[in-house]
Design a protein around this ligand. Sequence first.
Ligand SMILES: *Cc1c(COP(=O)(O)O)cnc(C)c1O
Length: 560
Amino acid sequence: MRILIAKEGLTFDQAVEAVRASTIFTTHTPVPAGIDVFDGELIERYFSNFAKELDVPLAEMMALGQTVPSVPGTYNMAIQGLKLAGRSNGVSKLHGHVSRSMFAELWPDVPVDEVPITSITNGVHTPTWVGPEIAELLDRYLAPGWAESGGGDWKRLNEAPDSELWRARERARERFISFVREQLQGELRERGTSEADLGWTSDALDPGILTVGFARRFAIYKRGTLLLSDVERLEQLLHSSDHPVQFVFAGKSHPLDDGGKEMIRQLVHFSSDPAHRTRFVFLEDYDMETARMMVQGVDVWLNNPRRPLEASGTSGMKAALNGALNCSVLDGWWDEGYDGINGWTIGTRDISTDPEYQDRVDASALFDLLEREITPRFYDRSEGPIPRRWIERVRASIIGLGPFVGAQRMVRDYTEMFYVPSAEHGARMAAGGFARAKSLAAWKEKIRSAWDEVAVIDVEGDVLAADVGENRSVRATVQVGSLDTEDVTVQLAHGRVGANGELLEPEIVAMQATECTNGTCNYSAEFTARSAGLYGFAVRVTPTHEDLVTDMDLGLVAWA
Ligand SMILES: *Cc1c(COP(=O)(O)O)cnc(C)c1O
């Protein structure tokens, strides 16, 4: 923007329009601590000269990082992102939904579902995360070049016999266990443990036992110690004679997050108890190498955040590519990735307002799953040495999730939804000495100053409950004041009526202007009720312009 103002002679508002057209903002977390918010005095100190240089009042610049403009206040980088980007997204469907509510204040008159923040679900770079054992299978059964191409038809993996899939899983688990033993020895030697006291590490983990992995940043909302909330049930799993489970944990916390550090301390404490140190391991120095070994070697990938605070999560995607089954709260990507057979969900989508109660419910649901669903399936060898029912899920998980979790899909989504339209939009706004950026800035100015004149004065229509499928017509009188009918779009929203009189998932129909006199226009439309029962409609007016990404952009809507 500064370059455009200094070199192209644009005003601040024109530069905003030129930049917004080709700018994308991806919001990354619903957790407030994850968003940079600066003290307004810092902005004042370091950006006052900058504002002067741009010939813009500091307050106006400051307002880019604020919901309600104030000086000095605070400066929120996510708000700046949303205000300066023409296109914004969250990183999973659920996170898009959460972000629309979280930032709804920025578009005050707009229904939450129509807040202009969409979603593109994260993905992971397949060749980086697939282990050699599964890669060998993909080489054999998927289209050549699967690592670069995205794999084509993953159903081809149905041709791989159970025995091959199981052998790959077993070899990956064995390789992982050797890695864990070496890591433990390295960690203990570093701490000055004598060779004699290292002996137990060669028995750490058992290659024949169901192995569960959990590795992530230790942020409070990720609940890294959920399993420790019922040590008795945990110990029963560790020491079960017929269905034992072993766990590997890893992760770091933010240096300032004392809660996260405390969770690590509890896990390390539990894992160093000689009674179960060979079945419950904490690996230090979580990094990409450790992550790679874990997602490739475990049978189950555990994820138990407080819903809906996990924006996407990607480690479970890495695990899925390797045939590890996800056992996760319906949060982040798993809320849309879970299909009933490709893993397990801890609890439901109903979340209590009391987080501690929710923690107890989720811990209990997790133990239930491990005891009643996961271990019996893993150890079911009723049809020979291969756990057929387990492999069935592994296969469903790789085939169903492989094409979805790969970065190929994500990059395609960004390209089609964002990069291409943004690049074209930016070029269009810049052409002819930024002619369109200039006229859009002027048009917005006109709309903002005249919007008070816009109102829906009268609505006539059949308000009685109509039969499903019956046509109804609605007429509205709309005052556009000094604006032209081309500046606005008048719409009819219709749908079932909720408990508070609100429209549930309304359908939107454009209304046509029939005649105008002195800034007052008649509009009409017809609609057909889609369901029986209480059914309602509303009329609304929004500004419209061909260079807006969406009519909701300005957050101005006049309702009746
Ligand atoms: C994948 C990965 C993450 C992110 O995992 P989440 O599922 O988002 O918690 C963090 N750290 C490392 C080293 C990773 O490989």
